[in-house]
Design a protein around this ligand. Structure first.
Ligand code: FAD
Length: 528
């Protein structure tokens, strides 16, 4: 049994303790990066490697250490260095508290409030009712000592929107929660049993003024809110890291889960035999046409997705570096950030969905034995499953990609294909010319060639973009309401647009790194 699987012999508590123990062990192996010099690539690699060993441990560390440290780096300042040192030394463990009972995807409507008290120079945190309880927060149920809390900042009766705060939750020595904090465990989940997801409500809970992550905005000595971020370019770079790092991690993890599921099923199919041919020889499952049609698309997807995830991680790290170096203009950084975000939103969705479906198909392809705990596919499915929901629900995320593309479509001045990762989508500039093209393919070989496939994909994106935009315009005129128009445009238009964009992005990265000769051989060998 793999280490990420929960033995039925261990209780939930024992299993969580084991994950916690593994996390502690990891601290002895990890090399803490310097403050403000966070090594994005290093953390991504550590996360990916740990996920293969045990998904619970990787998520615990990602939430409890890496995301917290990343947020301090990106949104905090020198005054938060102590938290940074403590978390890397394993003295404290964090969680990321965003989701509330009433609102998850719609983060703008989160209600937890941090009101500034000028007399004591503290923030007073309150949960205005059960609906605003923070829920689903990983590490919060039992083990974390601190929360990276996102709450509405209010100063002198004026709301300044969501800000990040470092909030002590439990005494690091006793793990007893502090007064004013109502915290609890969410109970047993369908998977990821090593992670204690929890809820919390605040009752006039006070934290020092300094615990506000103040890179975006701060409260000055006079008790007034001020935007302390003098360099907007850095703010954008910061948001790139904080928003996207988690999704890059999820793409990497999903590609490994896909790989694992496919390997199990293909190996099984190669040696498992059912039914005899006319000579009385039992046939391996892999020889059955239906089996090939069930597994080979996922096998192919594994190659493409795994290579995309490697390639895109590197490009993402390059983008983070470029945003920090200051060699790009402010506008370019802004466009790069939105390009990375748009590509990640749709690829995170398509890759996690593909992996989810692949795990189910591979489980079935292994028959009854695939259902045994020892096969690993049941745990893999349950542990992978929430990736389609956390770090942004997939259906909601893909809307961000289509919105971004529609914006580019309507405003050519917004386009800058030199800064988007992998220079994607530059063909949009020739949209009408592409749409007027007719296919001149006359044989199967050309039809299956990479260039024909990519040309067809380009045409499809252009067509979806144009028709989605047309539909959106018509709906906006009809209802005079952007929200309604967007909603009514999703099925058969905007959602498909984003999904096709994800497929193209993944393929582009793959074809970019794969030598043409290797592709030719693959097409020759496996073509019809
Ligand atoms: C295992 C796990 C771990 C988690 N860990 C954390 C954590 O550490 N910290 C944290 O803050 N949160 C965490 N979450 C919460 C997670 O981020 C939220 O569940 C997620 O953002 C979705 O929000 P929601 O659950 O409120 O779903 P909702 O927003 O209510 O969505 C429900 C459904 O409605 C659909 N929907 C919503 N809006 C639209 C729309 N505009 N158009 C079309 N469809 C729509 C969605 O696609 C979804 O299928 C975790 C969740 C899980 C399952």
């Amino acid at each position: 049994m793999g280490s990420s699987e929960r033995s039925t012999l261990l209780s939930l508590e024992e299993y969580r303790s084991k994950s916690s123990f593994d996390v502690k062990q990891m601290f002895e192996e990890m090399e803490p990066p310097e403050y403000f010099e966070i090594k994005t690539k290093y953390l991504l690699i550590v996360n990916e490697a740990l996920e293969i060993y045990n998904a619970n441990v990787s998520i615990k560390i990602a939430l409890g250490v890496a995301l917290f440290a990343n947020a301090l780096n990106c949104l905090g300042s020198e005054r938060h260095k102590k938290f940074y040192t403590d978390v890397w030394e394993g003295k404290i463990l964090s969680c990321l508290a965003i989701t509330e009972l009433e609102h998850g995807s719609d983060t703008k409507r989160l209600k937890t409030i941090a009101r500034y008290d000028a007399l004591t120079k503290e923030f007073v945190i309150n949960t205005p009712g059960i609906c605003a309880a923070k829920v689903w927060v990983g590490n919060l149920g039992k083990q974390c000592t601190h929360a990276l809390l996102f709450a509405q900042l209010e100063v002198n009766g004026v709301s300044h929107g969501l800000h990040g705060f470092v909030v002590p939750i439990r005494d690091p020595q006793t793990l007893q929660p502090y007064l004013g904090i109502n915290v609890g465990d969410l109970g047993e989940k369908s998977g990821l049993h090593g992670i204690d997801n929890g809820w919390v409500m605040f009752d006039n809970y006070r934290i020092p003024k300094e615990n506000l992550l103040n890179r975006v905005g701060d409260v000055n000595e006079e008790g007034e809110y001020e935007t302390s971020f003098t360099d907007p370019q850095k703010l954008l770079g910061a948001s790139l890291e904080i928003l996207s790092a988690g999704r890059v991690g999820i793409v990497n993890e999903s590609s490994n889960n896909l790989l694992r599921a496919v390997i199990i099923a293909v190996r099984y199919a190669a040696q498992r035999r059912q039914f005899c041919d006319s000579k009385g020889i039992e046939t391996p499952l892999l020889e059955y046409q239906t089996h090939q049609y069930r597994l080979f698309p996922y096998l192919a997807a594994t190659y493409v997705i795994k290579n995309f995830s490697n390639e895109f991680s590197d490009r993402y790290v390059d983008c983070v570096a470029a945003s920090r170096e200051g060699s790009l203009e402010m506008k370019q950084v802004s466009r790069m950030v939105s390009g990375v975000h748009a590509v990640l939103c749709c690829t995170k969705a398509v890759i996690t969905w593909t992996t989810q479906r692949a795990i189910q198909e591979t489980r079935e392809a292994c028959g009854g034995h695939g259902y045994h705990k020892a096969a690993g596919l049941g745990d893999l499915r349950n542990n992978h499953d929430p990736r389609v929901t956390f770090e942004g629900d997939n259906t909601v995320l893909v809307q961000q990609t289509s919105n971004w593309l529609l914006k580019l479509y309507n405003d050519p001045d917004e386009r800058d294909f030199t800064v988007y990762p992998l220079s994607m989508f530059k063909f949009i500039d020739q949209l009408d010319a592409i749409l007027s093209k007719k296919s001149d393919v006359t044989n199967v070989e050309t039809l299956c060639s990479v260039s024909t496939i990519m040309t067809m994909y380009e045409w499809l994106i252009c067509w979806l973009l144009k028709t989605t935009n047309r539909k959106m315009d018509a709906l906006k005129s009809k209802y005079n309401d952007r929200f309604v128009a967007r909603n009514l445009c999703q099925v058969f238009k905007a959602k498909e647009l984003a999904i096709v964009v994800a497929e193209v992005s993944v393929c582009l990265a793959y074809f970019l790194i794969l030598p043409a000769s290797a592709l030719r051989i693959a097409v020759q060998n496996y073509g019809p």
